[in-house]
Design a protein around this ligand. Structure first.
Ligand code: EPU
Length: 302
């Protein structure tokens, strides 16, 4: 969607929004798949309600783009613009055992920043790509750590009220790869409370997780991490592997031969090829195991 030649572009500029026309989401997502649209960089949280109001008035659809690491975006000219949040550098600070972090900050960078200040508890999250906002929304987890465990407060924009609000950690439900946030809530900042631990000890934990990840996941290929959530008590990766589907592909969209729940883009995979592969694998698992796998990857359809 192109809005740079519309009157709204001037009003957005007055709100300090930077408009970048014709951005390819191929370059903004870890899968390297996606169409083209205008990107709006928001410079101040305070302007978000006004920006959204303007877009609504003009009937312009929008989506929020975080780190782009768990996303499968439609091909071609997109029917929505993407909004991107600001982050100051480094986007985080620590007071005692509490870390205040901007949603746009990098998750791995946050783990390291806190570790250097002797705050641990997030070792398992070190290699998980993406932003703090994306991690919060889906309660990202790995190797026994889930970010939700440490959340004490979230500042967010609620589309339902059109206002910026604060939620106490206790008022948010964090389940396996699921939270009680509304789909159109936008994370802005988080307050994390973390256990004190000597840096050396945290570093040792980080090394163990990095090694496990390197030995089992296709880290040097374009992917969105695991495509499916694990079913209760089971492993999507193991089931897909048992069905002999490693290497199975639709065009360049391929089931990784390293970890079967990672679907990789081996070159120029399109969204529709990746969706076909996802549906095909889901159907085969359903037939063989009677299990209906739920997407972990978020799909932005046109
Ligand atoms: N397995 C296979 N073949 C495969 C992949 C896995 O047999 O191709 C077996 C493994 O040998 C193991 C079991 O399945 O016995 C589980 O595998 P793994 O330890 O790799 O964990 P996972 O359940 O597949 C989850 C998360 C990962 C996270 C790891 C480590 C989900 C959907 N995935 O993977 O998170 O990094 O545990 O904690 O919950 C992600 O969410 O994107 C992600 C990568």
């Amino acid at each position: 969607m192109r809005i740079s030649d519309r009157p709204i572009a001037v009003q957005l500029a007055e709100l300090g929004v930077e408009l970048i026309p014709g951005v390819s989401l191929v370059d903004k997502t870890s899968l390297g798949i996606g169409g083209t649209t205008d990107q709006l960089n928001l410079r101040k949280f305070e302007t978000i309600p006004d920006v959204i109001r303007l877009l609504k008035q003009d009937g312009i659809l929008h989506k929020f783009l975080g780190g782009g690491s768990n996303l499968l975006v439609a091909d071609g000219e997109l029917s929505f613009v993407v909004l991107h949040l600001p982050t100051s550098q480094p986007g985080m600070h620590v007071e005692g055992t509490v870390a205040y972090v901007d949603a746009a900050a990098d998750l791995g960078g946050t783990v390291t920043f806190c570790a250097k200040r002797d705050l641990g508890g997030m070792e398992g999250l070190i290699g998980v790509p993406g932003s703090i906002g994306g991690a919060l929304r889906m309660n990202a987890g790995a190797y026994g750590t889930q970010i939700g465990t440490h959340v004490r407060e979230v500042e967010l924009y609620r589309a339902a009220t059109g206002r910026i609000e604060k939620l106490e950690g206790n008022d948010i439900r964090f389940d396996y790869r699921h939270t009680s946030f509304a789909p159109d809530d936008l994370m802005l900042r988080v307050k994390l409370e973390l256990p004190s631990k000597p840096f050396k000890e945290i570093l040792a934990g980080i090394k163990v997780c990095n090694e496990k990840r390197r030995s089992s996941q296709p880290l040097n290929q374009k992917s969105a991490g695991c495509i499916f959530k694990n079913p209760q008590g089971g492993s999507a990766g193991r089931m897909i592997d048992e069905l002999g589907l490693k290497g199975h592909h639709v065009g360049d969209a391929t089931v990784s031969d390293r970890h079967a729940n990672f679907f990789v883009n081996k070159g120029n995979a399109s969204c529709s090829e990746m969706l076909q592969l996802i549906d095909d694998v889901r159907e085969r698992v359903r037939k063989a195991y009677g299990v209906d796998l739920e997407n972990e990857v978020i799909v932005w359809k046109n």
